[in-house]
Design a binder for this molecule. Structure first.
Ligand code: COA
Length: 166
């Protein structure tokens, strides 16, 4: 397969909410792709219960990357490989924070490879200071009154605190 003239990468996830760790991965993806689509997944098979509505997650991610013209934010439903085809994406980017991420990520990458052999998965490694962050931990710590200001951007922090206050 030849290298496309313009590389489009999809960065999928639940982003409930987007954290500094996700931001780190999306920005790293810009080093290898011309355009990055941050793709918020909502599928009937997704069993995680959410705090933010899908539209709110999209909005928050857009505010985080405001001014970054090469990052786009979308939501999708159904199979990732189908969405990638629709968007003309060549790469799926995922972050690997620790060995514990690896097994699940490898399985997803191989399933996606089987479903669409033209789509490559690329694993990127976040900075050490971002490697223990997860959205559910951020939600939990914030709900219990802990300070999460270093784990999420100010726009996300404000919305998170407002949400937990209601
Ligand atoms: N920084 C911070 N947190 C990170 C992170 C990073 N760099 N990378 C992953 N995480 C966290 C997330 O916050 C999330 O934490 P949480 O469980 O506490 O909320 C966790 O790691 C994993 O979540 P996420 O990256 O959002 O993946 P997911 O497992 O929720 O979703 C999809 C994975 C959406 C990519 C996958 O389900 C999918 O492709 N769905 C579409 C349907 C499909 O095609 N299915 C077949 C796939 S083979």
């Amino acid at each position: 397969m030849s290298r496309p003239a313009s590389v489009v990468a999809l960065y999928p996830g639940s982003f409930d909410p987007i954290t500094r760790g996700h931001e780190d991965i999306a920005r790293r993806a810009l080093r290898v792709a011309d355009r990055v689509i941050v793709a918020v997944a909502y599928t009937s098979t997704h069993t995680k219960s959410g705090l933010f509505e899908i539209d709110e997650r999209v909005e928050l991610i857009q505010s985080v990357f405001e001014g970054e013209s090469r990052i786009e934010v979308m939501s999708f439903t159904g199979l990732l490989v189908d969405f990638a085809r629709e968007q003309g994406a060549h790469l799926v980017v995922r972050g690997l924070r620790a060995v514990s991420d690896f097994e699940y990520e490898l399985q997803m990458a191989q399933m996606n490879q089987e479903l669409n052999p033209d789509l490559e998965t690329l694993f990127l490694v976040p900075e050490v200071k971002n490697s223990f962050i997860s959205s559910s931990l951020v939600r939990q710590v914030a709900a219990l009154g802990g300070d999460v200001s270093t784990f999420v951007s100010p726009a996300v922090l404000n919305r998170l605190l407002a949400k937990l206050d209601t």
